[in-house]
Design a protein around this ligand. Structure first.
Ligand code: COA
Length: 262
């Protein structure tokens, strides 16, 4: 297996099976790769089979066992097929990363009723669909770790993002409720709120509305998010559930966004 650039033990995820939604591209692909480089077997799903297959081939070339499922997370039957297929193949599913999302910048007045519903269906309902399917099929019995990729919009309004912010805030609330309800079943449910992460389609498209003035003076990388996933999915986080962990270089706590030290 290729050496992974990471602070974590290389076999941190040995014996674990993970499902990463939206794992064919962007942050999801890097999360899948990092889980795999640390020993997990990884299932990825998204809408585009050819994209998934290309990613799986790339991961396989690094020694990662990866299977793919074409599944729009709005399609409950496709989601259930992906979960069942993972269990059929590997007999386990320990880690779920709800990463898939859909978004575009738009003012409220330009959002059609269907536009708002579409983003809510993908982000909030889709997260529920996959989480419920995994819970029912395996985690209720065996426990596990669910990690929801949220957003740092928890306490703020966001112009041009009313639809996505509302949906992501719903995911944060669902994260807490599921953490509370399932604590006795050995299921931990946590959120990760990425700040401004470079090298992603989402940030490229929203770039005009973003700033890179974070406390750590750099834009985040998908690996920063994947590292947080590794931590929260690992036994090192055994006593952590229901949090929404900001991975944003401190920008979320910076009121003025004026650097004091260069
Ligand atoms: N501004 C305003 N409305 C928009 C829009 C935009 N940029 N893009 C889509 N919509 C509206 C559509 O007009 C449609 O509403 P209508 O039926 O009233 O016209 C509604 O949203 C659904 O759009 P559609 O393209 O039919 O939905 P879809 O399910 O095929 O795809 C997305 C929805 C969000 C996934 C799509 O915008 C997309 O593919 N985005 C890029 C991928 C992505 O979001 N990645 C995540 C990055 S964070």
């Amino acid at each position: 297996m290729e050496q992974c650039m990471s602070e974590f033990r290389v076999d941190l995820m040995a014996g674990k099976v993970a499902l990463v939604t939206g794992g064919g591209t962007g942050i999801g692909k890097v999360i899948a790769r990092q889980l795999g480089l640390h020993g997990a077997r990884v299932a990825i799903c998204s809408r585009k089979l050819e994209v998934l297959e290309a990613t799986a081939a790339e991961l396989a070339s690094e020694g990662i066992e990866c299977i793919v499922f074409q599944a729009d997370i709005r399609d409950i039957e496709a989601v259930e097929r992906a979960v069942a297929g993972t269990l059929e193949r590997w007999g386990a599913l320990d880690i779920l990363v709800n990463n898939a999302a859909g978004n575009f910048p738009a003012r409220i007045e330009d959002l059609s009723y269907n536009a708002f519903k579409t983003v809510a269906d993908i982000v909030l309902q889709g997260t529920f669909n996959v989480t419920k399917a995994v819970f029912t099929a395996i985690m209720k019995e065996r426990g596990g770790a669910v990690i929801n990729i949220t957003a740092p919009f928890e306490h703020m309004g966001v112009s041009w993002q009313a639809h996505a912010a509302a949906a992501k805030s719903g995911v944060i609330s669902f994260t807490r409720s599921a953490a509370a309800e399932w604590a006795g079943l050995g299921i931990r449910v946590n959120g990760i709120a990425p700040g401004e992460i470079g090298q992603t389609e989402g940030v490229d498209r929203l770039a005009d509305t973003l700033t890179s003035e974070t406390q750590v003076r750099r834009v985040g990388s998908p690996e920063d998010i994947a590292n947080a996933v590794l931590f929260l999915a690992s036994d090192a986080a055994a006593y952590i559930s229901g949090v929404n962990l900001y991975v944003d270089g401190g920008s979320g706590v910076d009121m003025l966004k004026v650097p004091v030290y260069e």
